[in-house]
Design a protein around this ligand. Structure first.
Ligand code: UDP
Ligand code: MN
Length: 332
């Protein structure tokens, strides 16, 4: 009798285990709903578009839900025309994160439209999508910056936002307020600060605004210790010379550089259409979030590519002259 009881128990256990394994990647069941976000009315209709497949003949492979106490990282990469870098990025990250035992999912947010590059909006959209895969924290990650020291911690940032690509470790940027490159934070913190502003088009300044949002919420930014590997080999920056930065200042965009407008952000992000295309790179499933952004040309005329460069204001001219004088002093 006891033997029979044990046999039944073992069979039941085996059924449960095989069910759980088979359902690790399931086709159509249970979409984990994007978190309860109160979206602005203008963005409300966009909620229907969240986490939809681009190709109706191939349904999205969702992830299993996290178990209590577990964490899952969404690697959110703002992206346009960087396939060569992405092919290097994914296998590198696979190896790196395996060593840390980090459960993760990729969201490569691919800007398809012809407006100027909008890093902030792409990160907001990737963050929204990561909710549908039950990620509770995200890495805002450049595609061309590869972590190269095991001390760089990609586990859940318990204390608060963790700036992995700290000044002094990032191969290029060392000014103390720098917050770009790679930043890891909980979804809760990301929503608390209302994500990124959607108003920045073209290269730069959106991360400075993001930093002010964090500070406004009294969150402290943590960073790795200054490693011996320093700026030289803490990261590998696979930024090819042909990859030019869109640093032109046009359409009056400078006027928002020093402002902080938290009414614009995660909850007001809009797009014309967005869908998920699941591709495989180095045997790993990667979510390409294909997106056409929307630009309100009355609000941000500088989204338009190819506008003539704005003249410098008198203050900027003075600042520039000062910087050049400083440079001349340093290198006579
Ligand atoms: N990026 C992109 N396509 C572009 C411009 C930028 O995919 O045309 C993404 C890419 O992930 C890149 C990140 O935005 O790593 C930051 O841009 P970039 O490398 O030019 O900035 P850097 O930090 O090197 O000044
Ligand atoms: Mn770069």
């Amino acid at each position: 009798m006891r033997f029979l009881y044990r046999l039944v128990l073992i069979v039941v256990l085996m059924i449960i285990i095989s069910y759980v394994t088979i359902h690790e990647y399931n086709d159509d069941s249970e979409v984990v709903k994007p978190e309860e976000v109160v979206f602005a009315p203008s963005a409300l209709n966009r909620l229907d578009d969240v986490a939809r497949t681009c190709d109706v003949t191939s349904p999205i492979k969702w992830r299993e839900r996290r178990l209590p106490g577990q964490h899952r990282l969404g690697i959110v990469v703002p992206y346009k025309n960087r396939m060569k870098e992405l092919q290097t990025f994914v296998p590198h990250m696979e190896k790196f994160l395996k060593a840390q035992g980090v459960d993760h999912e990729y969201f490569i947010t691919n800007q398809l439209d012809d407006w100027r590059f909008n890093r902030g909006s792409l990160l907001n959209i990737g963050a929204i999508m990561s909710g549908a895969f039950d990620c509770d924290y995200i890495a805002l990650h450049d595609v061309d910056l590869l972590p190269n020291q095991i001390e760089l911690n990609y586990r859940f940032p318990e204390k608060g936002p963790y700036h992995v690509a700290a000044p002094g470790l990032h191969p290029k940027y060392k000014f103390s307020k720098f917050l770009g490159g790679i930043l890891i934070m909980s979804k809760a913190n990301y929503m608390q600060i209302n994500g990124f502003s959607n108003k920045f088009w073209g290269w730069g300044k959106e991360d400075d605004e993001f930093r002010r949002r964090i500070l406004l919420q009294d969150l402290q930014i943590y960073r790795p210790p200054q490693l011996k590997s320093g700026q030289k080999s803490t990261f590998i920056h696979i930024h090819g010379e042909e990859r030019e930065r869109d640093t032109k200042r046009t359409g009056g965009q400078r006027k928002i550089f020093d402002t902080t407008d938290v009414t614009n952000g995660y909850n007001t992000t809009t797009w014309d259409d967005a869908c998920i295309n699941q591709i495989t790179i180095a045997n790993r499933q990667v979510n390409m979030v294909e997106v056409n952004l929307m630009c309100d040309k009355k609000e941000t005329p500088w989204c338009e590519p190819g506008l003539p460069e704005d003249p410098l204001t008198p203050e900027e001219l003075a600042k520039q002259a000062k910087q050049e004088a400083k440079k001349r002093k340093r290198r006579p």
